[in-house]
Design a protein around this ligand. Structure first.
Ligand SMILES: Nc1ncnc2c1ncn2[C@@H]1O[C@H](COP(=O)(O)OP(=O)(O)OP(=O)(O)O)[C@@H](O)[C@H]1O
Length: 215
């Protein structure tokens, strides 16, 4: 798979092959600007490779039209991005119900409340606008939102960089517990190598990216 933002320049990513097994938990690291977030966006079908293909669960996602790709992502991939991307004026419950709506997931309200309770967001907090939650609470809502459609793959892009060590460890253990319970595969991107001990496999983007070798 080859990718560059500017098609006239040399590729940012040139990844001959990379695979993730069912239920595998992989930590991917690399220096700032090396293309980690870009790689995640390609795996999630938000960006398309210029050449090559991305197959997830037997589906060639770069072969799907944009609308179908969005639907497919909603059903099969849960994402937690750096800024959480919660809708600020919607409550935790409504943020999660919206994600469920995109994937036609049934019983979303009941499931959303169950998930939020399991992540210690309950009572009045569930109905407050997301903008009025603390960073730690927003993270937990983002985890719940990533899990609501029972995705087979969860992609997490360094949501811990703004946290102190205690909150960071809390976030990682909540995430790992939730992912283990759901049986999903997990790809977690960070440049903080100290977090890598929690994972089955550790990959360096520079090792899997041929463009990185020559840069
Ligand atoms: N939309 C864009 N258009 C053009 N160039 C971009 C775009 N997004 C990112 N880039 C560039 O692509 C390169 C890789 O960016 P990316 O965000 O994937 O790196 P990263 O490894 O995730 O970095 P960080 O660890 O700092 O988050 C950087 O040089 C960045 O400036």
């Amino acid at each position: 798979m080859l990718f560059s933002y500017d098609k006239t320049s040399s590729p940012l990513l040139d990844i001959p092959q990379w695979t993730l097994d069912n239920a595998e938990q992989v930590f991917l690291h690399g220096p700032s600007g090396s293309g980690k977030s870009t790689f995640l966006n390609i795996l999630a079908g938000i960006l398309l490779p210029n050449r090559g293909c991305v197959d997830i669960l037997g589906q060639r996602i770069n072969g799907l039209r944009s609308g179908k790709r969005d639907k497919w992502r909603a059903r099969h991939i849960g994402v937690v991005f750096q800024q959480f991307n919660l809708i600020p004026y919607l409550s935790p419950v409504d943020n999660i119900r919206l994600a469920a709506h995109f994937a036609n997931t049934p019983n979303a309200s009941r499931e959303a409340s169950k998930l939020l309770t399991s992540l210690s967001i309950d009572g009045e907090l569930c109905h407050r606008p997301a903008s009025q939650l603390s960073v730690g609470q927003q993270q937990r809502v983002a985890i719940a939102r990533a899990l609501i459609n029972r995705p087979e793959l969860i992609i997490v892009d360094e949501p811990t960089s703004a946290l102190d060590a205690q909150n960071r460890d809390g976030f990682i253990s909540l995430l790992m517990d939730s992912v283990q319970q759901s049986g999903a595969a997990l790809l977690f991107v960070s440049h903080d190598l100290s977090l890598s001990t929690h994972f089955h496999r550790v990959d360096a983007l520079g090792k899997i990216n041929r463009a990185g070798e020559t840069a």
